[in-house]
Write a new protein. Sequence first.
Lengths: 324, 256
Amino acid sequence: MSVLVVLEQHGGKWNRMAFEAAAAGKMIAESLGVPLQAVVLGSAIDGLANDAARYEFRKVFATDNPLLARYTPDGYTAALEQLIRAHQPRLIVFPHSYQVRDYAPKLSTRFRKAFISDVVGVKTENDQAVFVRQLFQGKLSADVRANGNPQFASVQAGAFRAMEPGDGQAQIERFAVKLDSAQIRSQPEEPFREAQRSVDLTAADVIVSVGRGIKEKDNLPVVEALAGVLGAELAASRPICDNGWLPMERQVGSSGQTVSPRIYFAIGISGAIQHLVGMKGSKTVVAINKDENAPIFETADYGAVGDLFEIVPALVEEIKKSKA
Amino acid sequence: MKIIVSVKQVPVRDSLLRINGEGTWLDESDLSYEMNEPDAYALEEALQLKEKLGGEVVVICAGPQRVSQTIREALAKGADRAIHVQAEDLGPRDALTTAALLAAVLKAELPDMILTGLQSDDLGYGQTGVILAELLGYAHATIVMEVEPQGNTIRVKRELEDGWFQNVILPLPAVLTVQSGIKKLRYATLMGIKKAKTKEVKTVSASDLVPDTAPSALMERIYLPAHAKHTQILSGDPKDVARQLVEKLRFEARVL
Ligand SMILES: Cc1cc2nc3c(=O)[nH]c(=O)nc-3n(C[C@H](O)[C@H](O)[C@H](O)COP(=O)(O)OP(=O)(O)OC[C@H]3O[C@@H](n4cnc5c(N)ncnc54)[C@H](O)[C@@H]3O)c2cc1C
Ligand SMILES: Nc1ncnc2c1ncn2[C@@H]1O[C@H](COP(=O)(O)O)[C@@H](O)[C@H]1O
């Protein structure tokens, strides 16, 4: 009855969230008094398994199979199903990565169990884990309890501080899986990036970022004026780019660019996690939002609660004055 | 090509969210609702595929009586018919429970493709499509940005992390979870709205369905998140706020 952490890797490199999930798993394993284990899946993964063994796991399962060389939901689900049936962990912890979103609900459904996704905290009560997850893109929190075992949960990016390697000497156990190429229905091609972007937001010193609070494309000059006086790059949340109001290359977030300017203005942006992961590294964050409960205020250093159509023009004037 | 689109009705964005007396779900009494945004994109993709290949677009939506408005909107945009799975208590349910209800209905439909939104704006599980695929035995792909039909297979472009993409070929039938922005959304035309009134909406009661799973997770309590960070909140009239902000940025944060 262990806690099992799925350590995600791509082409021999760890996903940076892998050891955040491990940290969450460790905390839960300790409070439940059960051993912490990890699993690495892939092909030719000895190096990764040895690296994982340096961390505080009791045991690291190495699931090595040529059919796992490239990720497919069918392959990963079948492999983890076999491991879970053989070793019966009580809880399996994943990072909430795009890959995990792609197969973990399928895996948990094999066991007719719910998958508790995108967890930001865990409490233990009466020898049971209670998971905290966000609703309404971070505006509300919920306590969720799973019944029966095994349980499945994924951890939101940044919610736990990543586990550091120690001088641990976890036991490595090879776990052979039976896979048949006929089982694997999807044929993934090589991952690729789109053509070179013409704007590099990652190098920007000041960014003025605009969200759906701007309401219409025709209102963009309001924020462009601010970017103008600051000599800032203009950026946006996803819906602005989805609507074609600004080009995709100006999108900040998990599917856009990751930026770390000296100052980031989030204007009419609610602060969904997929946006936050792209700008959390900014030195100073200023949020302007009419909703005082908007999650962006949790990340901001300075918050102005009010109508952006009033505050932004006033701010432009003040900055002009201060420069004069 | 027969395409099913699953569409959810969610509270209007920027609604004032009030928690019910028991702290278990929202006080729904004065909420307004709209179509979950990613589902509008899933519907758009389905309609464009149908325009190219012919066939049928069927919308499925589970929820109480009020969802019939969202169903009508989908029909007005061009869906051919709809299935309403009537269920009163889906609000805080886990994704497996809802997906099992949808699967119980869809297994008789034998579609070529099921398109779902990537994620619901209220519960935000991002799971229903993947679970549907597993329950129905279909292949699937998530976070889909492009769909290219090729006879008995489809080639889809998936979004990966950090600006990476990947094309994947899938056999049909398949479930795709559609990312927002896949195509430009259409508006319903007056003609469409008129026509929608004549289209078939089949109603199935959730209590008549026998999903092959029982709820395995319980949302015990919902609440406002605790504030962890000490953000300096500036208030007053806009001019005053602007003046304070510039001062802070210059002399405190020293970034201006
Ligand atoms: C897999 C996946 C990947 C994603 N990738 C990204 C990504 O890379 N980048 C990204 O940004 N999102 C991404 N998203 C979407 C993300 O979840 C949110 O939906 C999105 O960030 C919301 O954008 P927003 O804050 O502009 O809009 P909303 O959430 O609608 O927020 C608008 C805000 O404006 C405020 N507002 C309205 N009017 C005014 C006014 N007059 N004055 C002041 N404030 C006002 C409102 O109070 C609200 O807080 C992704 C989602 C998924 C599922
Ligand atoms: N009650 C519902 N009725 C119809 N479709 C739904 C329902 N709940 C979820 N879905 C679909 O599943 C997608 C993902 O939802 P979720 O897994 O809750 O994030 C949504 O975008 C919808 O397409």
